[in-house]
Design a protein. Sequence first.
Length: 181
Amino acid sequence: MSTREAVINATLIGGRTPLPVSSSGLVLLAHADDLLVEDVIAAGWTHYTAHTIRDGLELRARLRRVRAAGFVDLPGHIHEASRGVAVPVMGPHGVIYAALGVVVPNDGAPVQGILELLTVGAAGITRALEEAYLPEGGASGAGTRPGIRPLVSSSLASLDYFAGLDAGADSGVDDDRPVVV
């Protein structure tokens, strides 16, 4: 989401950007298995600016730095005037679930304040995921309630609706319908 006066953000909701050129994509790729990295390298990607990662050797080196630093800062990778910054969002048991990122002006300003905000946000999401997915008592499993607890509340009518979707498999509802998460 952007304001009308914001810097150029070359992404669209529902759009696609190659993993090696976006800050969130690099965070995810840095935590991916080697086979996926090799597939991405083999497929190639668009080089938007002179700052865009050019090849597999450069990509692998950047991924090592991202893992070590715990964040990525990509000035000018998609547009010279824009800078992508992202951090990982960890889920239960330390597995990466997502990346949290922003696009800001590529003006050479220090990135530390942005990283602090992103890190606090990612930590909050991680806590919410742990509360939803881990048994009460935390990762040790000491509690008595395994399973998923809802992150947000919903109306009883909504819950009944979603339960009906699950039951609809035997009522002639198309099995290729979108999955609601």
